[in-house]
Design a protein around this ligand. Structure first.
Ligand code: NAD
Length: 497
């Protein structure tokens, strides 16, 4: 069986010293193995990135952008190969993997604007013959640590902007679906990126700990679960690094009595069950405002959840594939058991799914609970599977209060026909990304992505304008070219007063 190694200094880096199986979750069987990098191997990747930094940071942004334009073209030419790798190892359905890659490519497109977003800020005549400006030089070697659920897109939230800004990069993708990241690195080299600018190390905690403690790594971008995000933030910042660590979520969709329910229900289906619920922006809670809205939502959602088309994502036109691993499938199933025990009404039970084709994969059907309460664990905890719970509240104020009381604040949305309700909701809700009749308000590449509360540790969001600030450091110059005369010594603090 093939063992995937790493990609260091512009070359594949074979490694067999410690390996782990990579599964095809639709078949429920291992398809290859992946190496777990040792500290020494990760240090080799950091050294390669460190060596590449001086020349790359001095490469004009326009030339960096030209490589990124070429990279975008190569990503599009190789889309089928990348999508196939995502579907095989993650299990999401083909069209969903295509969407993931397309959103990743949009970040590459934005990164092509490097000459524009790195041009700095200039103030002329801030004093007599004095000009002042800010430059945004890169940090050095930066690292990315990414989750299993977007094996191409989440790495692409990070490295295109980091390298566009002049940094060099070491990526540690998820060990569950590592192939896509290796293809991304191979194509970047083919696009003309110098060796060492973008490196990939596969692995687990040992690799991550090396990245967090090596003094040559100046910043770390992390996306994954909240407990790991919190510890990455603590360790990375304790070692003097800039860290952004994006964590878990429990995203509420508030449905008002006046909403267009046909559209709301269709939107909820895709947002709750797409990618088997394994999205940090998945809707996992419906907050029905009013009992009648709750009854109507449960009635309309039930047949649609029962009709989900489930199977191997290589078959076109399906709604849902398997969960990523047997362990994760069992964890999600245990939440369905728990919801029953906690007393929520089980409207659709996904524990015995009807699956097209494969019987051995890590499948679960869509599950719908009604009458969940804020005290229940199925409401409070991130399940990260195809389980949607309905909570009922009497009015908008209590809907907002419920969302704001939750520990997570990644995404939320409201379905309504009333602009004033929408404005009231978006003004008061303590969540980073808000949709108005948009169930998955994932910001586009020219905005930035991030949550509030325990969904993000750090100050700056991923990609977009925040990424320029995260991956650069401001240097402000103040310059005087006196036209004539000799200056007297001045002891008052300089001002224009
Ligand atoms: P995870 O936290 O288990 O793993 C994420 C990364 O951290 C992986 O590369 C993994 O190898 C590494 N890792 C895991 N345990 C570690 C440890 N103890 N020490 C050091 N490194 C460790 O997350 P996952 O299961 O791969 O992904 C799912 C989670 O990611 C969900 O909670 C989801 O909400 C979250 N997520 C968040 C966002 C966001 O933008 N906020 C986006 C996607 C996924």
């Amino acid at each position: 069986m093939q063992t995937l190694g790493h990609f260091i200094d512009g070359q594949p880096f074979p490694d067999e010293h410690r390996v782990q199986a990579v599964y095809n979750p639709a078949l429920g069987e291992p398809v290859r193995r992946v190496a777990m990098a040792s500290r020494t191997t990760v240090e080799q990747a950091i050294s390669a990135a460190d060596r590449a930094f001086p020349a790359w940071s001095r490469t004009p942004p326009l030339k960096r952008a030209r490589i990124l334009f070429q990279y975008k073209a190569l990503l599009e030419q190789n889309a089928e190969r990348i999508v196939a790798a995502i579907v095989e190892e993650h299990g999401k359905v083909w069209e969903d993997a295509q969407g993931e890659l397309a959103r990743g490519i949009e970040v590459v497109e934005y990164a092509c604007g490097a000459p524009e977003f790195l041009k700095g800020e200039h103030s002329r005549d801030v004093g007599p013959e004095i000009d002042s400006w800010s430059e945004f030089p890169p940090l050095g070697v930066v690292a990315g640590i990414t989750p299993f659920n977007f094996p191409a897109m989440v790495p692409m939230w990070m490295f295109p902007m980091a390298i566009a800004c002049g940094n060099t990069f070491v990526l540690k993708p998820s060990e569950k679906d590592p192939s896509a990241a290796l293809i991304l690195a191979e194509l970047a080299l083919e696009a003309g990126l110098p060796p060492g600018v973008f490196n990939v190390v596969n692995g687990d905690k040992e690799a991550v700990d090396t990245l967090l403690t090596d003094p040559r790594v100046k910043a770390v971008s992390f996306v994954g679960s909240t407990p790991v995000a919190e510890s990455i933030y603590a360790t990375g910042t304790a070692h003097g690094k800039r860290v952004q660590a994006l964590g878990g979520a429990k995203n509420h969709a508030v449905v008002m009595p006046d909403a267009d329910l046909d559209n709301a229900v269709n939107a909820l289906m895709g947002a709750a069950y797409g990618s088997c619920g394994e999205r940090c922006m998945a809707i996992s809670v419906v907050v029905a405002v009013g009992e009648a809205t709750g009854d109507e939502l449960a009635r309309r959602l039930k047949p649609k959840v029962e009709a989900l088309r489930i199977g191997n994502g290589t078959t076109r036109g399906l709604d849902m594939g398997p969960l990523v691993t047997a362990v994760h499938r069992d964890k999600v199933r245990s939440y369905i058991d728990l919801g029953e025990a906690e007393g929520a009404t089980l409207v659709v039970d996904g524990r015995k799914p009807s699956v097209q084709g494969s019987k051995t994969g890590f499948f679960l059907g869509g599950t719908l609970f009604d009458h969940a309460t804020p005290a229940m664990r199925i409401y409070r905890e991130e399940i990260f599977g195809p389980v949607l719970v309905i909570v009922r509240v009497p009015d908008l104020a209590q809907a907002v209060e419920l969302v704001n009381a939750h520990e997570f604040g990644n995404g939320t949305c409201v379905f309504t026909r009333d602009g004033a309700v929408a404005r009231h909701f978006s003004d008061r809700v303590q969540v980073g990304m808000v949709g108005i009749n948009v169930p998955l308000p994932v910001p586009v590449a020219c905005q930035s992505f991030g949550g509030w509360k325990r969904s993000l540790f750090g100050d700056l969001y991923a990609y977009g304008p925040d990424a320029v600030r995260f991956y650069t450091r401001r240097k402000t110059l103040t310059q005087r070219w006196a036209v004539q005369g000799i200056e007297k010594a001045q002891f008052a603090f300089p001002s224009n007063g």
